[in-house]
Design a protein around this ligand. Structure first.
Ligand code: UDP
Length: 510
């Protein structure tokens, strides 16, 4: 695919400069790296805000964009861990050892406000045109207002889940609900919907989080629009309804990860993989097309040893080939003991276990994959959609239960494994949410040749085709990203220069 640079000097207009401020968590940062790449490929200039520890994880991304000659600058701001009572170098959500430290972490992030503002004021040669901020960073609102530039939000949610989040918060849907497992009818949603409080985002048991949530959801009301990593044709009704409900422009520009066109950049996404990628590819190549299940629960969920054992035994009895990504955090040695106790030996001809970070995108794009057991984080969900395979849904917390509904009830390309409850992030839930028999049954139902599974596979393939069309030249997401850049350029040029709230004119290079 070739791109024509927009505002690249040929028109004599200023180039749009986007400032991307991701949440310091892999599931939020990764799609924003894709967004940076995409914006730059379409001719924009990007400043990607990060911190030293996170920048080291982004080394692969930095090398890729540099090699591609893209105008993306990684901006490292000092992260004040010690000042906020955090261990040295604790700069990412996945490094927090206890949920008690979450509000310290969020406060430390909010303290990036002044250094970021100072950095942006220094950019006299190419002042920022717009901030795309993670929804959670309420404090970027003040920066945008002071600099007199638009602020768009990126929550990492799809349209369906964004709309539910918006309605349930702003209509106080769960305010007087005593039993968090009671089914509540959601009015104002375009299709019939019943949900429990427990399975909705924002049901935190973490001190300080409720106030932070209130701040960022109130700030969302003042934003100039939302960017989502989804595409119009996947969930038209919900994206349009989200736009009407919020009365804000929603830019659906996904699936953004499709900007990766080869295995090298796919494998370098997020973290360095914990295993040899070439070996993994070789293993995948040895499997029949569509024969294998991929099992992964994202970057944050640390599954308990008991649950991992049940899952492993279910995979074993299903007799299907699999790649299973295990993140057990501090409990990994316990799990290692079980794996070494003949499990890996028993499944060695058809099972691969990856401890730590897997090259998920590379695996999912391989033709050997026929099904995906996912925790339904939105990135994994959209990656599964683009892989064109049906999914077994195993949500843990937050909006994952909503994404499950989209997959199972709306798109009909997913089947529930049947989790018994919520596994809150960071909590030591000892309960087994899914038994080995349930795992085995779900995997066999999905991977076998029954008519229902076949229909699901057809629908999944159709979604993948639509995703690719939306992203490619002339597709809805392709057009949206160009329109987004154009709109920000027009705003910048209309001012002749950006004027901050103190009336200082900031000039830029033309
Ligand atoms: N991911 C990966 N390797 C892993 C775990 C996760 O590449 O071992 C990537 C995955 O492809 C996705 C992101 O990390 O892009 C996880 O985001 P998601 O929204 O699915 O879940 P979260 O981690 O936020 O719960």
């Amino acid at each position: 695919m070739t791109f024509t640079g927009i505002g690249d000097g040929q028109t004599g207009s200023a180039r749009a400069h986007f400032v991307l401020v991701p949440m310091l968590a892999q599931g939020h940062t990764i799609p924003m790296t894709d967004m940076a790449r995409l914006l730059a490929e379409h001719g924009a200039q990007v400043s990607f805000i990060t911190t030293p520890v996170n920048a080291s994880r982004l080394a692969g991304f930095a090398a890729d964009v540099e090699a591609a000659g893209l105008a993306v600058r990684l901006v490292e701001l000092h992260f004040p861990s010690a000042e906020f009572g955090l261990p040295d170098g604790c700069e990412n959500l996945d490094m927090i050892q206890s949920t008690d430290l979450l509000s310290n972490f969020m406060d430390a992030i909010a303290a990036l406000q002044e250094p970021l503002k100072a950095y942006l004021r220094e950019q006299q040669r190419l002042p920022p045109s717009c901030i795309i901020s993670d929804l959670i960073h309420w404090w970027t609102g003040d920066i945008a207002r002071e600099l007199g530039i638009p602020r768009l939000t990126f929550s990492g949610f799809c349209g369906f889940s964004s709309l539910i989040r918006y309605i349930t918060y702003h209509n106080n849907v769960f305010q007087n609900v005593k039993d968090e497992n009671e089914l509540i009818t959601i009015t104002g949603f375009p299709t019939p919907l019943e949900l429990t409080k427990a399975k909705c985002p924002g049901n935190f048991c973490i001190p300080g989080m409720e106030q932070i949530r209130k701040k960022f959801l109130e700030e969302e009301l003042k934003s100039d629009g939302e960017v989502i990593n989804s595409f119009q044709e996947l969930e038209t009704l919900y994206i349009e309804s989200f736009e009407q409900t919020t009365k804000k422009k929603v830019w659906a520009v996904g699936p953004m990860f499709l900007c990766h066109r080869d295995n090298n950049t796919m494998a370098a996404r997020g973290n360095k993989a914990s295993m040899d990628e070439a070996q993994c590819l070789q293993w995948l190549d040895s499997m029949k097309p569509g024969s294998m299940v991929f099992v992964s629960f994202g970057s944050l969920a640390c599954t308990t040893p008991q649950q991992l054992v049940e899952l492993g035994l279910g995979l074993e009895t299903s007799r299907k080939p699999f790649i299973w990504v295990i993140k057990a955090g501090a409990k990994l040695p316990e799990v290692e003991e079980w794996l070494a106790d003949e499990f890996e030996e028993r499944v060695k001809n058809r099972g691969m276990v990856i401890r730590g970070w897997a090259p998920q995108l590379m695996i999912l794009q391989h033709q050997a994959v026929g099904g995906f057991v996912t925790h339904c984080g939105w990135n994994s969900t959209i990656e599964g959609i683009c892989a064109g395979v049906p999914m077994i849904t195993w949500p843990h917390f937050g909006e994952q239960f909503l994404n499950e509904k989209l997959l199972v009830d709306v798109l009909k390309i997913g089947m529930e494994v049947g989790v018994k409850g919520v596994t809150q992030w960071g909590s030591e839930n000892q309960e087994v949410m899914v038994t080995r028999d349930e795992v085995q049954k779900a995997v066999n139902t999905l991977m076998d040749e029954g008519a229902a599974a076949e229909e699901m596979r057809e629908r999944a393939k159709d979604c993948a085709i639509k995703a690719r069309r939306a992203f490619d030249v002339g597709g809805s997401s392709y057009d949206n990203i160009r329109l987004l850049i154009q709109e920000m350029e027009i705003k910048t040029n209309a001012c002749g220069s950006v004027v901050d709230t103190d009336g200082n004119k900031l000039s830029f290079l033309v």
